[in-house]
Design a protein around this ligand. Structure first.
Ligand SMILES: Nc1ncnc2c1ncn2[C@@H]1O[C@H](COP(=O)(O)OP(=O)(O)OP(=O)(O)O)[C@@H](O)[C@H]1O
Ligand code: SF4
Ligand SMILES: [Mg+2]
Length: 364
């Protein structure tokens, strides 16, 4: 396997929750690929399905959905067809995820558990729930190794735990690794989670909002740690955030998600400087960092615009293009037909009926 080969392939992935209001279409026909050594930024407003996508990829969606689900009120198994692709209106995960040539979505839970941490790992969102308050951070950091190497000796395990805690620059790791999570700050807990995600040697790490609960100085430190581990281990990374500034720090390509769907995916520079999709345009214009980036690249004086209205309830997604109630370019077709996700230029994917037309108007 050489750098640049495809590491992860996601095909028509759907992940639906059951709720009192009906099906929550948190991930709705998502397809993309990630190459060896690449960092893909996953950006979108709160509630658009980023964490659900991460959970579906690592095989934890159904476990978490069952744990958190309320009373189910969902339609029966209705077979649907989307551009020839068959799926069912039901809770759970559908579609396919491949890590190299292993089809993760076809593995039974116990087989998938053996790969988690070793080939693919998730740094979960929400520091407060990610570490178990009952166990020392040293024990928890070593857990992924124990899960995959049953005969690892205690002395070797301790050496590795300290090596990885040192790598993420956890202060006084040698003396503090016996303490429980309550003795660590938010920034330190995030470092511990990064160490834990790396210790069993995965090739792909998904970091879900790794900086969102932290103040600006600590955010910077955590981004530096992520940049360092990416170089050191040559891993592929999916960096999830609702903040385009965080994604801009590291991503090679960016996927923009809205109402459970990827709306645009392309080269990071293009997505920040010259986005094509109306939603991406609105989203990017909400971030001062991105507007300053554009100005430095020779653009006009930045105007922060944002997007009027709120993202939809994913149990009641608008018909047609889910963005149409907030889109200034919406026409009749946008209200009626779900736009196809298509490659409009090599490596540039867009879900919009009017992409070419709007591009021409913009250029004119
Ligand atoms: N267990 C559950 N049952 C029903 N709906 C759920 C459940 N968990 C999440 N959801 C809904 O699924 C949708 C997607 O949630 P998700 O957490 O994936 O979004 P997100 O993009 O990660 O948001 P954030 O930026 O706030 O982390 C939301 O509408 C959320 O309310
Ligand atoms: S399909 Fe229509 S509503 Fe959706 S983004 Fe494109 S122009 Fe706007
Ligand atoms: Mg989330």
């Amino acid at each position: 396997m050489t750098k640049g080969d495809i590491l992860l392939r996601v095909e028509h992935l759907r992940a639906y929750y059951a709720s009192k209001k009906g099906l929550v279409r948190a991930v709705d026909d998502v397809s993309f690929e990630i190459r060896e050594g690449e960092c893909l930024g996953l950006l979108g407003e709160s509630g658009c399905g980023k964490s659900s996508l991460a959970l579906a990829i690592v095989g934890l969606f159904e476990k978490i959905a069952r744990f958190r689900a309320g009373t189910a009120n969902v339609p029966g198994l209705v077979k649907q067809f989307d551009k020839g692709e068959a799926y069912e209106e039901r809770p759970g995960v559908q579609g396919r995820v491949f890590l190299r040539d292993i089809e993760l979505t076809a593995l039974p839970d116990d087989e998938m558990a053996k790969l988690r941490g070793k080939l693919i790992s998730l740094i979960p969102q929400g520091l407060q729930h990610a570490l178990n308050p009952q166990y020392s951070i040293g024990y928890q950091t070593g857990e992924p190794v124990e899960a995959h190497e049953e005969d690892v000796r205690l002395i070797e395990l301790k050496r590795r735990v300290l090596e990885y805690l040192g790598l993420v620059s956890l202060a006084d790791a040698e003396t503090r690794f016996v303490l429980d999570p309550s003795s660590f700050s938010g920034g330190e807990a995030q470092r511990i989670l990064i160490a834990m995600s790396l210790i069993a040697g995965p090739q792909l790490v998904i970091a879900d909002e790794p900086t969102s609960a932290l103040d600006v100085t600590i955010q910077r430190q955590i981004m530096n740690v992520l940049a360092m581990v990416r170089d050191e281990f040559d891993i592929s990374l999916i960096l999830i955030s609702h903040d385009a500034g965080v994604i801009a720090e590291m991503a090679d390509r960016v996927a923009v998600m809205y109402a459970g769907k990827i709306m645009e995916l392309g080269d990071a520079k293009q997505m920040f400087l010259n986005p094509g999709h109306p939603y991406t345009q609105g989203l990017m214009s909400s971030f001062p960092t991105i507007m300053m980036m554009r100005m430095r690249a020779g653009g006009k004086r930045p105007v922060l615009r944002g997007i009027p209205g709120d993202p939809p309830d994913l149990a009641d997604v608008p018909s047609g293009c889910p963005f149409h109630p907030r889109c200034q370019f919406a026409t009749e077709i946008c209200k009626e037909e779900v736009p196809e996700y298509r490659e409009v230029e090599p490596g540039h994917f867009v879900r919009c009926h009017r992409y070419e037309e709007l591009k021409q108007e913009k250029g004119a």
